[in-house]
Design a protein around this ligand. Structure first.
Ligand code: ADP
Length: 669
């Protein structure tokens, strides 16, 4: 086994690798950029080395800096995690040259799978079934068009060098082909510096089912069952599970054997994932092979009871696979929900900011949380906006799903927009319970899952108002200096007025909407109770505050809520709801939807990718004007009206802060 392992990564995966290394008695070395000086992975490792500025290409993607750190620390192995350099054949080869073991496959295997079309050619030769399509060298438009015509529409264009869903576009019929091809080529050239395309039959409602494989130096290979990753947004995974619901033993074995065969075709070593599309008629087709540990590997660990990072280290150290196929067992069911700082209601736009409040469910045999951040940490523009992976296990799918919903309800984040409510709605939806899985699930169930968890104001508004009154009284009591008469009406803040009902009025700004609430204090002698009025209803409420816990009684219904308060914003959590609110000044009536001035501001901190129109040339309403990228996602700024751009304030390549004005626009008279 190795004596010292450098982890060339950050965030949750760096922390997760450190944990296993420590258990195996392997010393750990973290690396960090400017943005990560006080990150959790740095704190957890035995030692840590600075590798450069915050942008990934100057630090986590900087091969020289990382190899330099390995030399300096005397590390004998490097674990690349996922993303960054994990599928970089040059890096892998450089490690070997320097005499450091790269925890992963040989460079030749990475290279073989690096191009989606070359990978398909190899797999075809190895007898692995492919989605019908074209993956040849010839790239001129007429040739690609005739290939698409032969395949039959709809087709999917994919960047040969692609990943992360970039440069991928569906074409519904031949008339759109050329325009979509040009757009896909542009995206691919921008993202990968290579505009080569392959074309696949666009399967209708397939499932994404992938197989975890493992191979050792001695030529042994096994599969550790499958994961269903059909729940995707923008063709990217968000909720995964293992095993895949409804997969029978025969299909499981055939897919597993095919995946091992695929790995052996490229002399694979270590952990890898063979991704398949599974059609509704039970046919499966090779999509690609990821030559690294996957984000969603924990669901496999939960159902097999194994530690995949331990297996990776053992195999890389030259040991044989710890178990053979017959010794592997599958037990129970696991889910992984990826908690992201992103806004599902704004097309999953990444969010940045400070994690002002973080409270997570208790970890147990059933609940595992892989995270690389703490309360107070920053989700920055530089890296992936994933906050944590919530992983649950139980004996059956229904029970595991119940655990998932419960754990999501207890996963509380304040200060940042997250997808937690969205995941909760997803996990609670009837169709998901019935396991009606395919890659179009989210789109098909929009109505059911794209709403805020607390659009039922039944308890959240009275709880919020009650909290505000009680907190105000608590603060007033604290402020009252000792020695003052505690019963004096002047040291109270209960809204008491001579000859008037004790009334407070608030305008709550709840998830962007303003709600008027009044709360009237009743009956001071028998302990306090309140009448909360909003939207034409009145609710009798009472309660007390214990730290950030509100114990409330609404018309006899006893409820608990946790409230996090930071810089004038509040997050309120109950078992069934989570809302963010703030206090607004009474009049917020100047809503103006016709030309939202914010539409021309950067929606997040990011880099300008391209300016799409010339200054002072005429554009129509909704024409794309500019593309900005943050955290691996592109966002297009569109014309708010017919008119023209008078001035772009930034050029391509420049970094802008979230909220910055991007351009001056003049609408036509
Ligand atoms: P990337 O490497 O960019 O993430 P993949 O090739 O892994 O792209 O595909 C990502 C997702 O796109 C798949 O999980 C699936 O949902 C969808 N997809 C890919 N190919 C097809 C296809 N031929 N038909 C239908 N959906 C597809």
């Amino acid at each position: 086994m190795f004596s010292k392992l450098l982890i060339a990564n950050r965030g949750e995966i760096a922390c997760r690798i450190i944990r296993t290394a420590r258990r195996l008695g392997v010393a750990t070395v973290a690396v960090y950029s400017d943005a990560d000086r006080s990150a959790l992975h740095v704190e957890m490792a035995d030692e840590a080395l600075y590798i450069g500025p915050s942008p990934a290409r100057e630090s986590y993607l900087n091969v020289e800096a990382i190899l330099g750190a390995a030399r300096k620390a005397g590390a004998d192995a490097i674990h690349p995690g996922y993303g960054f350099l994990s599928e970089n054949a040059t890096f892998c080869a450089s490690c070997a040259e320097q005499g450091v073991v790269f925890i992963g496959p040989p460079a030749s295997a990475i290279e073989a799978m690096g191009s989606k079309s070359a990978a398909k050619t190899i797999m075809q030769q190895a007898g692995v079934p492919l989605v019908p399509g074209y993956h040849g060298e010839e790239q001129d438009t007429a040739h690609l068009k005739s290939a698409a015509d032969d395949i039959g529409y709809p087709v999917l264009l994919k960047a040969v060098a692609g990943g992360g869903g970039k440069g991928m576009r569906a074409v519904d019929d031949e008339r759109q082909f050329e325009a979509e091809l040009a757009a896909a080529q542009r995206e691919a050239a921008n993202a990968f510096g290579d505009q080569a395309m392959l074309i696949e039959k666009y399967l209708q409602r397939p499932r994404h089912v992938e197989i975890q494989v493992f191979c050792d130096d001695a030529g042994n290979g096994v599969y550790l069952y499958e994961r269903d990753c059909s729940i995707q947004r923008r063709h990217q995974k968000i909720l995964e599970e293992a095993p895949a619901p409804g997969l029978d033993e025969d299909l499981r074995r055939r897919m597993g054997d095919t995946a091992v065969q695929a790995a052996k075709a490229i002399d694979y070593r270590g952990a890898g994932t063979v991704e398949f599309l599974l059609d509704r008629d039970g046919e499966f087709y090779f999509m690609e092979m990821n030559t690294r540990l996957q984000v969603e590997h924990p669901v496999t660990e939960m159902i097999t009871g194994l530690d995949l990072v331990e297996w990776q280290l053992r195999v890389a150290a030259g040991e044989p696979l710890p178990l053979c196929q017959a010794e592997l067992t599958l037990d129970g069911h696991a889910f992984e929900a990826r908690i992201y700082a992103e806004d599902p209601l704004r097309d999953f736009l990444p969010a940045t900011g400070t994690l002002s409040y973080l409270s997570t469910p208790t970890e147990s045999r059933h609940v595992r949380i892989d995270s690389g951040v703490r309360q107070g940490d920053e989700i920055s523009v530089y890296y992936d906006p994933m906050v944590a992976k919530l992983v649950v296990w139980d004996e059956s799918r229904p029970r595991a799903l119940q655990r998932l919903a419960n754990a999501l309800a207890q996963f509380r984040i304040g200060g940042l927009t997250t997808n937690i409510d969205f995941l909760y709605n997803l996990a609670s939806s009837a169709a998901f319970h019935r396991a009606e899985l395919d890659t179009g699930f989210i789109e098909r169930h929009r109505e059911e899952i794209f709403h805020q968890r607390a659009d039922d104001p039944g308890s959240t508004i009275p709880l919020a108002a009650l909290y505000l009154v009680l907190a105000q009284q608590r603060d007033a009591t604290r402020a009252g200096a000792p020695g003052k008469d505690p019963w004096s009406p002047w040291s109270e803040a209960n809204g008491w007025r001579l000859n008037e009902p004790h009334l407070h009025r608030y305008t709550l700004l709840i998830q962007g909407e303003s709600r008027e609430v009044s709360i009237e204090q009743q009956n001071r002698r028998k302990g306090r109770s309140y009448l909360v009025s909003y939207d034409g209803t009145t609710v009798r409420a009472s309660g007390e505050l214990q730290g950030d816990l509100l114990l409330a009684d609404l018309e006899g219904h006893r409820l608990q809520a946790t409230i996090a308060e930071y810089e004038g914003d509040y997050s309120l959590y109950t078992t069934g709801a989570a809302i963010q609110f703030s206090l607004a000044s009474a009049d917020l009536g100047e809503e103006d939807n016709t030309a939202d001035p914010n539409s021309l501001c950067a929606p997040m901190t990011g880099t300008i990718v391209s300016l799409l129109v010339d200054e002072n040339s005429a554009v129509a309403r909704d024409d794309p004007l500019l593309v900005i990228e943050a955290m691996k996602m592109e966002h297009t700024i569109r014309a708010p009206a017919d008119g023209r751009v008078v001035d772009f304030y930034y050029r391509a390549g420049e970094l802008v802060d979230g909220g910055a004005h991007l351009l001056e626009f003049r609408a036509d008279e």
